[in-house]
Design a protein. Structure first.
Length: 558
């Protein structure tokens, strides 16, 4: 029986432990925090009336094949798995501008074009750029991954449509629109609209059995993340004899003369010896560990960690607004993007998806979770971006941006007998406790990494030049190709499969016709030509033009 030491109890690390423990390996997980979950975890603010809080607002898309497959293997209770019992039905999305009433939210994000404030010409130009990102391989990784998505679309769209479109990047794509790449945005929406096989869900208290497939909205957990996913998962892993060591941080590794890791050193002074070592931590933590082991830092695959984290942590601050009154929404499970918010705010009322028995906190009847996704855009009150605000300034900006949004107020009045946002009493406002505010800027206790225009070429593989050292995490290369929960699970399975080839990994779907066009574009990109679709369009225009010119020339001769 071989031993495996996994460092990190986030989604990727727990996936490694899950897969290998099921196949008879002795697995020990070492986690810096006192609880599992990483960037997906939740907590209870005991000093704030037992308020449930989340690191961020999370969603699960129809292309999360490895995630759903994994959830089916984790018992929730005696009645079903986490997949059966802990997932909501799809969320409806709406975009609320400041000065115009919004259109009703819709789970099919592109069915209501007016929601994006796009003209017909905007849609055509937007769609052409999007299609080119879908129909490319090398160009996507080597060119589009280095190009900012907002700037790429800006020349092709009206100012109003462009501002509305970029506002969706944070809430939907999960990244700051000032840093996210064209490749990232394009692949995100392709996967949602072309996700492959649908996922069948059983009947529940909300209705009959249903399918979650291409073009459908995202799912949420039906309670705080740790309470409905990670706590059942940890219990399951412990029954499979996985051992957990909390509040244990790795500091460095020892590389032996045989080019294999011989031991790991923890901050507590403990030395860990195992047959296999898996680093399933943030890339920032991995970079630190590797630098403390100079022999590792000299290896090609591991030398890339410093450029991988060159853009620093992603500032995406989550907050909670707890109301003393029950607030209705015009549609069930409605999420809202504030189109004109400087901080790129998104909102969701948790009680829309959570089970009725979930405690929202003392005196709380409605609990909104919000996320500020743009960290560098100045706010409207203090003129400071999120990353430079104090906690009080941040919350004041959030209040101001919510209060100025007529679209949000319109939806609330429509569903609450004329009562708007100012009519509901706020019990408390809370920011995820690990964000530390100071005059020198905001700092996360656990830095979050996301894809940017500078990081794609440096993503490492799970297998390293050291035979018994493996990497796992959404920052590694996967077919998901985007920082996401799906990438975290896929990377965990890929790392585990490097130890045990019998482990199954599900890959992303891409239609045959897109694969064919992408192959042609690879040839065009190799010779420095424009995109294959642009070439095809140019040829079509020439042919049409020639067809019109021939009759005119004939008429002139006659």
């Amino acid at each position: 029986m071989q031993s495996v030491a996994v460092f990190g109890a986030g989604v990727a690390g727990l996936t490694v432990a899950h897969e290998l423990s099921r196949r008879g390996y002795r697995v020990t997980v070492y986690e810096t925090n006192a609880e599992p979950g990483g960037f997906f975890r939740s907590a209870r603010a005991r000093d704030k009336g037992n308020l449930p809080t989340e690191y961020s607002w999370h969603g699960l898309g129809p292309w999360y094949h490895n995630v759903f497959d994994l959830m089916k293997q984790i018992p929730f209770d005696e009645t079903g798995s986490v997949f059966d019992r802990a997932l909501s039905r799809p969320v409806d999305y709406g975009i609320a501008p400041d000065r115009v009433a919004p259109h009703c939210p819709d789970r099919h994000m592109f069915r209501a074009w007016h929601m994006f404030r796009m003209s017909l010409l905007d849609r055509i130009r937007w769609g052409w750029m999007m299609l080119k990102t879908w129909a490319s391989n090398r160009r996507a990784v080597e060119a589009y991954a280095r190009r900012n998505a907002a700037e790429a679309w800006r020349p092709t769209m009206s100012e109003l449509a462009w501002k509305t479109w970029r506002a969706t990047f944070g809430p939907w794509v999960g990244s700051d629109w000032t840093r996210v790449s064209l490749h990232h945005v394009g692949q995100f929406f392709r996967k949602n609209l072309m996700s492959g096989d649908a996922h069948a869900h059983p009947a529940d208290e909300d209705g009959e059995a249903w399918n979650h497939g291409a073009g459908d909205g995202w799912l949420l957990l039906r309670g705080p993340s740790n309470e409905v996913w990670f706590d059942p998962w940890i219990r399951f892993l412990e029954r499979n004899e996985v051992r957990f060591c909390w509040n244990e941080a790795i500091t460095r590794l020892d590389l032996g003369s045989n080019r294999r890791i011989t031991r790991a050193h923890l901050a507590s002074g403990t030395r860990v010896e195992a047959d296999h070592y898996v680093l399933a931590m943030t890339p920032f933590a991995c970079a630190d560990v590797i630098e403390r082991t100079p022999a590792l830092a000299a290896l090609d695959e591991l030398r890339s960690f410093r450029p991988l984290v060159q853009d620093g942590p992603h500032t995406q601050v989550s907050f909670r607004i707890a109301f003393a009154d029950r607030i209705a929404w015009p549609h069930p499970r409605s999420a809202l993007v504030l189109a004109d918010s400087e901080f790129n705010l998104t909102l969701f009322a948790e009680e829309q998806a959570w089970r009725p028995e979930i405690d929202l906190g003392e005196e709380v009847q409605s609990l909104w979770t919000g996320t500020a996704c743009a960290g560098t855009v100045p706010g409207r009150i203090f003129g400071l971006p999120v990353e430079r605000c104090t906690k009080e300034q941040f919350l004041s900006e959030v209040r101001a941006q919510l209060g100025a949004c007529d679209g949000l107020d319109f939806l609330l009045r429509e569903a609450n007998h004329g009562c708007g946002i100012a009519d509901f009493r706020i019990v408390r406002m809370e920011v995820w406790h690990e964000w530390m505010f100071s005059p020198d800027g905001i700092v996360p206790r656990q830095p979050k990494w996301v894809n940017t225009t500078n990081t794609q070429p440096f993503q490492p593989r799970q297998v390293t030049p050291v035979p018994n050292l493996l990497l796992a995490g959404a920052h590694t290369r996967t077919s998901a190709d985007l920082w996401s929960i799906e990438a975290a699970v896929e990377s965990g399975r890929l790392a585990a499969r490097a130890i045990d080839p019998g482990i199954r990994v599900l890959h992303q779907f891409k239609p045959w016709w897109l694969r064919a066009i992408s192959g042609l574009d690879d040839l065009a990109f190799t010779v420095g030509a424009p995109h294959a679709l642009d070439l095809a369009l140019a040829i079509l225009v020439l042919l049409v033009g020639s067809g019109l010119a021939i009759p005119l020339v004939g008429a002139a001769i006659r």
